[in-house]
Write a protein that binds this ligand. Structure first.
Ligand code: DCC
Ligand code: FAD
Length: 636
């Protein structure tokens, strides 16, 4: 029945203060207030409806996304929302769109790498959305290998301008979000050529379309690259293709009078290239910034899937009826718990590592401003490795949550198929996960060669086994006289182990903070132990081979895991309630707050367009003749 909380009995079992946990999850009382207020604003506004996406054609879907983006912007302006509130609104609108790249990459690139003069010129226009930007780095022929990009930017000292050109088919820009149909400007990455000499890849702000009639400018060929994985899903985004045919780029950010996009280098009006003495990799700064936001986003996506699967596991009953009594809740099966609760623990673990990474990024940015590059290598390795680790675990976790919901998990109305389809490219964009782990492996090799075998002594006691595992995996590889390429698959495993060590140690450090609320810290300790012991169980071979745990330890750890699952069980619903997601944002009948699943599933089925008529289109044309033929045969 509507209005009845079918999960009330579960909520009454909770042993901790859920409201206090909501604050921990949000990060602060202020952050909770903004999230809570904005998520409810979006949920209550029919203009942000999203339950019809899977029934729209690509063109209808895209036009609807443009409508929503414009409506969101009008809401932001009319309500005078702050930048923080506006970002939250775009988050809860939950629709991949060009605005992700405008706000998530184009503006951060100018803020992070533009000079004062460029920021003054471009940021006001971008903040008012009087220009719409995208981040055009990847090409048809190169994505991972940025140094392999082929687009050229040749300085013409006669005109003081740059000529941006796509010399080959494979140099076509390919994939940039927002590029296909919307962006008026791009930060395009090209090989800088001055006086016939090449100076590597730099960013250039290039206008693509007229601000009068949106037509592509002279020399610009631009369009969408076509349908992507899943029906609705990421097809709300116009990932584009772009070719430059000797485009004069008067706004070149490498141009001395507007100065270079990077404070890394300068091209003077006399056409001289001046490389300052900062690491050339600062040109990758935007990618480092986005990778740390993607880690925080992983905790959001995983917690969303876990919320759905946990609530449904408490609603779903199957087998186990005693003397005609109710069947067993599937959340009570040890197999369901052993699959679900490590994902619940991972969602919290990724939340806290995301908080730490945000601090690390802010710290390295502050240091860069003082020309202190000492922590840049570690920041690169951490953002690359943790982006890889958390997105892989989250993509796998969302699929596991679909399976935890049985057949109904495969319905669009469960919210899980679309969540999976929208989320999985995170394992590829902003750096293919394997390529990024290779960067971590390279950093570890360097660190081992500099520090000797001990990678670091400053880890909490609880992580000794994890640290020993990384050192052991590195020693096994570094000790062997074979090249990096030959050992790369093994070194990637060591890189994963290193990132898992970071996640576990930061979770332990989080628990050393003051955490208010009855029973809150105790719940987080249980989740931290589940995360650490689950990984120890999963990678038992690594830990046993280090000799720092014995088979008996491994068995005890497994016993402890089962006990921890039993401790989580009465608190499971409260722990996912703490994410404070509205039913609108979850977009899932299986995960609805009141647990009233079956009536809602049944009602939703009849809304499918296929049920608009009892006799389906095509019956008279195709089925009736078939049946008539069969009947004739049957009479023979
Ligand atoms: C809200 C959420 C959703 C928001 C919505 C999100 C929507 C989707 C957004 C997706 C947007 C995109 O995909 S944008 C495109 C993303 N593309 C990528 O991420 C490309 C990935 N590839 C790369 O980053 C690069 O090619 C590398 C790092 C793999 C290789 O670069 P390279 O220049 O060849 O460097 P390499 O020889 O490997 O290394 C030379 C030295 O530089 C160092 N180095 C390399 N990179 C860096 C770096 N970034 N910072 C510092 N140092 C670095 C190395 O450690 C090494 O140090 P030493 O050992 O010499 O000391
Ligand atoms: C949904 C989506 C949105 C995107 N948005 C943008 C955007 O807005 N702007 C933008 O510029 N780009 C964007 N991209 C592009 C994205 O950044 C690239 O696809 C990504 O960096 C991976 O590069 P690639 O496609 O060249 O993969 P490849 O490198 O071709 O990967 C193919 C395989 O090769 C392997 N491989 C590659 N190099 C090595 C190596 N050295 N050693 C071992 N294995 C290797 C990889 O691990 C992978 O298994 C987007 C992509 C997607 C899917």
């Amino acid at each position: 029945m509507e209005g009845v909380d079918h999960l009330a009995h579960e909520r009454n079992k909770s042993e901790f203060d859920v409201d206090a946990m909501k604050i921990v999850w949000a990060g602060s009382p202020h952050a909770f207030d903004v999230s809570d207020r904005i998520s409810k604003l979006v949920a209550s506004d029919p203009g942000f409806r999203k339950d019809n996406r899977s029934t729209l054609s690509r063109k209808e879907l895209f036009k609807n996304t443009l409508r929503k983006a414009a409506y969101a912007w009008k809401t932001i302006v009319d309500l005078r929302l702050s930048e923080e509130e506006a970002a939250k609104l775009r988050f809860y609108v939950d629709e991949p769109a060009f605005t992700d790249l405008h706000w998530g990459m184009f503006i951060p690139a100018i803020k992070g790498q533009g000079t004062e003069e460029q920021q003054q010129k471009w940021l006001p226009l971008a903040y008012k959305m009087q220009i719409i930007g995208c981040y055009a780095q990847t090409e048809l022929g190169h994505g991972s290998n940025v140094q392999g990009l082929e687009t050229t930017a040749t300085f013409d000292s006669q005109t003081d301008e740059f000529i941006i050109h796509s010399p080959t088919l494979t140099s076509s820009k390919w994939w940039p979000g927002g590029l296909g149909k919307v962006a008026t400007h791009a930060i395009a990455y090209a090989r800088l050529i001055v006086g016939g000499r090449e100076h590597g890849v730099h960013g250039f702000i290039v206008q693509l379309r007229s601000l009068e009639d949106h037509s592509p400018l002279l020399g610009i060929t631009v369009g969408d690259i076509g349908m992507k994985f899943g029906n609705g899903a990421y097809n709300t985004m116009d990932n584009g293709v772009l070719q430059f045919d000797h485009v004069l780029d008067v706004y070149s950010i490498a141009f001395a009078s507007i100065a270079v996009m990077l404070w890394v280098s300068q091209v003077t009006c006399e056409g001289k290239y001046k490389q300052s003495d900062v690491p050339r990799q600062l040109v990758y700064g935007t990618m480092v910034y986005v990778r740390q936001t993607i880690v925080a986003d992983a905790s959001c996506a995983l917690s969303r899937a876990v919320c759905i699967a946990t609530r449904y596991s408490a609603v779903r009953r199957q087998f186990g009826s005693q003397n005609g009594g109710p069947e067993t809740q599937v959340i009570d099966y040890k197999t369901q718990q052993s699959r679900l609760f490590p994902l619940l623990a991972s969602a919290y673990a990724f939340r806290f590592i995301g908080e730490w990474l945000k601090w690390l990024y802010a710290d390295v940015t502050q240091r860069l401003q003082a020309n202190d590059f000492s922590t840049l290598p570690e920041a690169h390795a951490c953002t690359a490795g943790l982006k890889s680790l958390t997105t892989t675990a989250t993509a796998d976790g969302i699929e596991e949550c679909r399976k935890l919901c049985g057949g109904h998990g495969y319905l669009c109305s469960s919210g899980l198929p679309e969540l999976f389809a929208v989320y999985v490219p995170a394992c590829t964009y902003e750096g293919d996960n394997t390529v990024l782990l290779l960067q971590v492996a390279r950093f570890l090799m360097k660190t081992v060669s500099q520090l000797g075998s001990r990678l670091s002594s400053k880890k909490p006691v609880g992580t000794i086994a994890y640290m020993t595992r990384v050192e052991h995996l590195m020693q096994c590889r570094c000790g062997v006289q074979r090249g990096f390429a030959e050992l790369s698959a093994d070194l990637v495993e060591a890189a994963v182990a290193h990132c898992q060590l970071i996640v576990v140690s930061k979770f332990i450090e989080k628990l050393q903070q003051e955490i208010p609320g009855k029973g809150v810290k105790q719940q987080l300790e249980v989740l931290c132990n589940i995360y650490a012991l689950f990984l120890l169980h999963k990678h038992q071979g690594d830990f046993l081979s280090t000799g720092c745990i014995t088979p008996k330890h491994a068995a005890l750890a497994n016993d402890e895991l089962r006990s921890l699952y039993s401790q989580v069980r009465p608190n499971a619903i409260a722990l996912v309630d703490a994410f404070n997601y509205t039913d609108h944002y979850l977009g899932s009948i299986l995960g609805c707050y009141d647990g009233n699943v079956y009536p809602k599933l049944y009602e939703a089925a009849w809304k499918d367009p296929l049920n608009e008529s009892v006799v389906p289109d095509g019956y008279h044309l195709y089925i009736r003749p078939l049946l008539k033929q069969e009947i004739r045969t049957a009479r023979l």
